[in-house]
Design a binder for this molecule. Structure first.
Ligand SMILES: [Zn+2]
Ligand SMILES: [Zn+2]
Length: 162
């Protein structure tokens, strides 16, 4: 029997697709980053990079550049962890899906939040972050984008850092 419907996505593809959608909410176009914390196949929290609540965003007030980085925003990973704190949700033992490899500050927060695995889509050059995660025993895995329908190609444009 012919079945023309797209393949049902595997869990990693399902969560990474949602992470890419979350990234679209980012308010700093220097890098649109999304993060998702998952445990037992349930989404606990989401985060994207943007200014703290109630403060003007980069797309309204411009970037706040220090040392070549925009420092106006909280990173997506930080916002996902903060959402957990805000709502009293334990992310210990969870997995984080993120559009970009975490920076060192985010890596340290991921370690202390008890997150055990990070699956990222696009590279971000931070060797210290990789070393810290490794030393803390946090698994770091690059998501292998399938060349099929499970990840719409028009979503990969948020992954601009390579
Ligand atoms: Zn910015
Ligand atoms: Zn970061």
């Amino acid at each position: 029997m012919a079945d023309s419907s797209p393949a049902r996505p595997l869990w990693d593809a399902y969560f990474m697709d949602i992470t890419l959608q979350v990234a679209r909410r980012s308010t700093c176009e220097r890098a649109r980053v999304g993060a998702l914390i998952v445990k037992d196949k349930r989404i606990l929290t989401t985060g994207y990079n943007g200014a703290p609540a109630g403060l003007p965003h980069c797309d309204e007030s411009g970037h706040l550049m220090i040392g070549g980085h925009c420092v106006r925003t909280l990173h997506a990973e930080q916002n996902a962890i903060i959402q957990a704190a805000l709502h009293g949700v334990s992310v210990a033992g969870g997995t984080m899906y993120v559009t970009h490899q975490p920076c060192l500050t985010c890596a340290k927060m991921i370690i202390n939040a008890g997150i055990r695995k990070v699956i990222y889509a696009g590279h971000y050059p931070d060797e210290n972050a990789v070393a810290f995660l490794s030393q803390a025993g946090v698994e770091l895995e690059r998501y292998p984008f399938p060349a099929d329908e499970t990840t719409p190609a028009d979503q990969t444009d948020v992954i601009s850092l390579e």
